[in-house]
Design a protein. Structure first.
Length: 179
């Protein structure tokens, strides 16, 4: 059995965080002592471990409570996929902001210190690996067909303009439809 202080220390959380988790029904102590102190069991510790892990992904406390209470695999997967999509959108937004800032600093392409390729570098890499123009076109068609959102984000990460991305994706979809 663990006290609230022991649990807080073990998980590097504040006592008030654990009190809040109790208040919202996310983590309630197994029992209380005669002096009304909270006492947590090994099962409570396991639940808190899951809470901390899920919280690390950026999932809200309300959603975590739902996941732990319902434990439906399909709902869990839906929530994870939704969060992953949100993260991908945030990354895309951050990359766009990065491009804007670099542009404001007078740089035309992302410099080598960012570790991000531009379109020309990517094309050269594909050519160097032996891909033909036709192979690259097939690559885009498959990428668009299998993971359209990821394809969009990848093209944005290369610093390609929105107009050109729209054109590439429309062409890729048209090729898929004619198969």
């Amino acid at each position: 059995m663990f006290s609230i202080g022991q649990l807080a220390k073990a998980f590097l959380l504040s006592r008030s965080t654990l009190l809040y988790y109790d208040e919202i029904g996310l983590l309630s102590p197994t029992r209380r002592t005669a002096a009304n102190y909270r006492v947590y069991s090994a099962d409570d510790v396991s639940r808190l471990q899951k809470i901390v892990e899920l919280r690390g992904t950026g999932i809200s406390l309300e959603q975590i409570k739902m996941l732990l209470d319902e434990s439906s695999k399909s709902k869990t997967n839906q929530l994870f996929e939704r969060r992953l999509s949100e993260l991908n959108q945030e990354i895309s937004t951050l990359k766009q902001q990065q491009r804007l800032l670099l542009g404001m600093l007078g740089r035309k392409v992302l410099d080598e210190t960012t570790g991000v390729m531009n379109k020309a570098q990517w094309v050269q890499l594909l050519i160097a690996t032996g891909l033909s123009e036709k192979d690259m076109e097939r690559w885009h068609v498959e990428f668009e067909a299998q993971m359209p959102d990821a394809h969009q984000q990848f093209l944005q990460s290369l610093g390609i303009s929105d107009a050109e991305i729209t054109q590439i994706r429309a062409w890729s979809r048209a090729c898929t439809e004619t198969k």
